[in-house]
Design a protein around this ligand. Sequence first.
Ligand code: NDP
Length: 327
Amino acid sequence: MFKAIVIDKTGDRQQCAIRDVDEAELPGGDVTLRVEYSTVNYKDGLAITGKAPVVRKFPMVPGIDGAGVVTASAHSGCKAGDKVVLNGWGVGETHWGCLAQQARLKGDWLIALPAEFSTRQAMAIGTAGYTAMLCVRALEKHGVTPAQGEIVVTGAAGGVGSVAIALLAKLGYRVVASTGRLSAADYLKALGAAEVIDRATLSAPGKPLARERWAGAVDTVGSHTLANVCASMRYRGVVAACGLAAGMDFPASVAPFILRGVTLAGIDSVMAPRALRVEAWSRLARDLEAARLDTITREINLAAAIPAAAELLAGKVRGRLVVNVNA
Ligand code: NDP
């Protein structure tokens, strides 16, 4: 038996609680993992609270991320004793996830834990941090360099935003952090933000084109914020769009794209190909300072992950939550 958060549904009502689960109930898969740490991402928040239909079948163990030790494997890519990381692939949505002491997964989904990180640090990064790196890679691939100008990061005090700031600052970019929590300014500056702006300057309906300011952008917010960011990009600027914290809509015009040659790069972490994940994790190992990770991380136990989900969706969590599933 092992402990897991289990989401169930009776009629229209979703319940979520910690339960003792029998190993025999684990889903199919060729690798069994003793989970050491998991995390609460935005999507886990949606799954646990039921605020969006993230969970596709019930009962479901949430947890789109996990890091731990392989206890049994029929997959050629890993063996018992290996330390591995899992991000996404529909885990915690259609396949039981890692907010549990054990998980059964497909070996194809797993990547080796980089030697630079402990399992706890890997979950301090989690999908949020790996997505931040995918955004940074998108800016780089489209030719954005520190010499070209400022990068704006929206939803700055959240998980993706915090890691994106730390990464971009380390790479030499001048980073401007957009936040609704101006009280977090010292935190954002400690991560490497050169300037902090109020997210209200970007969240109201705006014009198709605004004053050119940003060479690059990492947007976790969507809606009017993404539209305003696009409208204020410099000529040939690049926006990496990964989030919808304010909404899934995109009330924009084509003006920035056809008049300023702006690139809108979509970022998906869930089904990203394996080679891209391996590259992103090796870049995280190179470009993310462990001290920065400590600044952004709060550790909680499995029981605390349930109320933390609602806190996260309410925008009250700063940085990243790491879940010690054995505490
Ligand atoms: P967090 O909850 O940690 O951070 C989101 C941040 O967005 C908040 O901290 C807040 O930042 C800001 N925010 C929240 N509500 C609003 C609002 N109504 N208007 C403007 N800003 C708001 O989430 P994550 O950082 O983990 O994820 C951010 C987004 O990215 C989510 O939408 C998530 O679904 C998405 N995502 C997408 C992935 C992909 O593969 N495409 C992968 C991972 C995440 P502040 O307080 O600084 O204003």
